[in-house]
Design a protein around this ligand. Structure first.
Ligand code: RP5
Length: 165
């Protein structure tokens, strides 16, 4: 029996990226979107990347979130090998604070797009929300959950600041 397809794949170049990319996973979990997370390195495990990217669509994934730091080729190489939408998250690197990751991911040549988010945690959360928006186009229940998530965020913003301890 075929296994149930998972909607979103979260891939990252290293275990060290999980501190950032877990925020994408947590956001998808909050929206009840099926997903799985894997370490796939463009440089250290190129065959794993090839196998993943070339079979991602056939395996039922609908959106890919790819996080990497430094010379961050993972999102772009993934986008080169799949027609699925790929959202790239620049992980904050030690040497250049993620500026290297950002430029590596965002400066794709015309014809091979990677939807590039902000450096770090904010980018990981927003990549998940972008994935949710795409999936919600054809899923009214998810669209309602996404609306509720955004309404909750709005309701949690206090009108006046308070002194913090
Ligand atoms: C990249 O190199 C990874 O995405 C990670 O952000 C960075 C450093 O990897 P580690 O040396 O911590 O494994 O490929």
């Amino acid at each position: 029996m075929a296994s149930t397809p998972v909607d979103v794949a979260i891939i990252m170049g290293s275990q060290s990226d999980w501190t950032t990319m877990r925020h994408a996973s947590e956001t998808l979990t909050a929206l009840a979107i099926s997903h799985e997370s894997r370490i796939v390195s463009a440089h250290r495990t190129p065959q794993r990347l090839y196998d993943f990217a070339t079979s991602a669509k056939a395996n039922g994934f609908k959106v890919i979130i790819a996080g990497a730091g430094g010379a961050a080729h993972l999102p772009g190489m993934t986008a080169a090998m799949t027609p699925l939408p790929v959202f790239g998250v620049p992980v904050e690197s030690k040497a250049l604070s993620g500026q290297d990751s950002l430029l590596s991911i965002v400066q794709m040549p015309g014809g091979v797009p990677v939807g590039t988010l902000a450096i770090g945690k904010a980018g990981a959360i927003n990549a998940a929300l972008m994935a949710a928006s795409v999936l919600a186009l054809y899923d009214e229940e998810l669209a309602a959950r996404l609306d509720a998530w955004r309404a909750s965020q709005t309701n949690n913003v206090a009108e006046f600041p308070v002194d913090e301890a």
